[in-house]
Design a protein around this ligand. Structure first.
Ligand code: P6P
Length: 349
């Protein structure tokens, strides 16, 4: 199809900041703020993407720092670099009052931003960093929340709200192309970085996740660590036609595949970590907000993920997320086991 000149030009001009204003149908202060915040997130994505694309050639870009982060995980140099990039792009922004990251024990408070900046940013700067040294896809995850009050004592506490308090969320996927997928509560939209322009350009608008899909994405190496219900689900998909396993070890890539092709991602609790591995505030809740905006579902297995109230900043949660029908199928196995256990208790004298 011969693209008309004005279509191609208009598409190249549909940048992220313009799209946010279009979505909010407003040029008011809050819309301008959110547009500016999204532009800063895009800038962080471009800087991280540039580093990743040349990491093998840049002295000191790869490998471990030798430190252990608050999660008890070995820190990759890229984790640290990406964390610093987000801080650098928001420091002199007047937009964000505090930043909470997987890589920082406490939120990074930016007092000079607070009188004006009424927002908090929660983020996982590099998700899936085990993939960095082998040149496989990784991602960044972000969540924007309203900042209530500016009492330094209180400021961290008001991050501890459920996922319905998010104004926007999304992820940047560093793959063969770098994509930014976001929602501001008006559907899910994806942008692709055009390196020749240095801009994220709109590639898909109002992305809808299929109600069902063939993919189940889970680390089956944990099979014997799971509850019976999860094992029942895995046995079911092993025995029934139409399912296929895909698992990259990087949450953002696995979620992106399911967003476009349908299916379900699971990171359940295990014997060793009953709350699972993924963090609620800056991994699961942002992705749950986005997937629900695309018409999907997200659950802890027994409750809607967005209802989960964090008790502390780095709280973990089990995560079942993806197509509505597939999440419901996993939940049905969990409900069945709960019923069986309850019946057993009633029978046992
Ligand atoms: P496992 C990466 O460390 C991460 O947080 C997610 O990106 C990913 O989905 C998960 O952990 C992989 O964990 O235990 O399967 O290696």
């Amino acid at each position: 199809m011969e693209l008309s000149y004005d279509y191609a030009l208009d598409r190249d001009c549909t940048t992220l900041s313009r799209h946010v204003l279009q979505q909010l149908q407003s040029f008011g202060p809050e819309a301008q703020d959110l547009s500016a915040i999204m532009s800063r997130i895009a800038l962080a994505g471009k800087i991280i993407s540039r580093r990743l694309s040349r990491a093998g050639l840049v002295e000191g870009a790869l490998g471990f720092t030798g430190d252990i982060n608050v999660q008890g995980e070995a820190v990759k140099k890229m984790d640290l670099f990406a964390n610093e990039v987000f801080i650098a792009v928001f420091k002199q922004s007047g937009l964000v009052c505090q930043m909470a990251s997987e890589e920082m024990e406490k939120p990074y408070y930016i007092p000079e931003n607070c009188p004006i900046g009424r927002y908090s940013l929660l983020y996982d700067p590099i998700d899936g960093s085990s993939n960095v040294d082998i040149n496989l896809n990784v991602g960044s995850i972000f969540s924007i929340r309203q900042q209530a009050g500016d009492d330094p004592e209180q400021i961290g506490a008001n991050l501890l709200q459920n996922g319905h308090h998010q104004l926007a969320s999304g992820y940047i996927l560093y793959g063969p192309s770098t994509m930014l997928v976001y929602s501001i509560g008006t559907g899910v939209h994806s942008f692709t970085l055009d390196p020749s322009l240095g801009e994220f350009i709109l590639s898909s608008e109002n992305v809808r996740i299929p109600n069902h899909g063939p993919i189940y994405s889970v680390n089956e190496g944990n099979f014997w660590q799971w509850d019976d219900a999860i094992r029942d689900f895995i046995r079911y998909v092993h025995r029934h036609e139409g399912y296929t396993a895909r698992y990259s070890g990087a949450l953002v890539g696995d979620i992106h595949r399911i967003l476009f092709q349908g299916g379900v991602f699971l990171y359940p609790g295990t014997l060793k970590d009953p709350q699972g591995k993924l963090r609620l505030l800056y991994e699961s809740a942002p992705l749950a907000f986005l997937i629900e905006q695309a018409g999907g579902a997200a659950s802890t297995g027994v409750r809607p993920l967005l209802n989960e109230m964090p008790q502390y900043l780095h709280q973990r949660t089990p995560l079942i997320i993806g197509s509505k029908e597939d999440v419901a199928l996993v939940e049905s196995f969990i409900e069945e086991r709960i019923k069986l256990d309850r019946d057993k208790l009633q029978v046992t004298p």
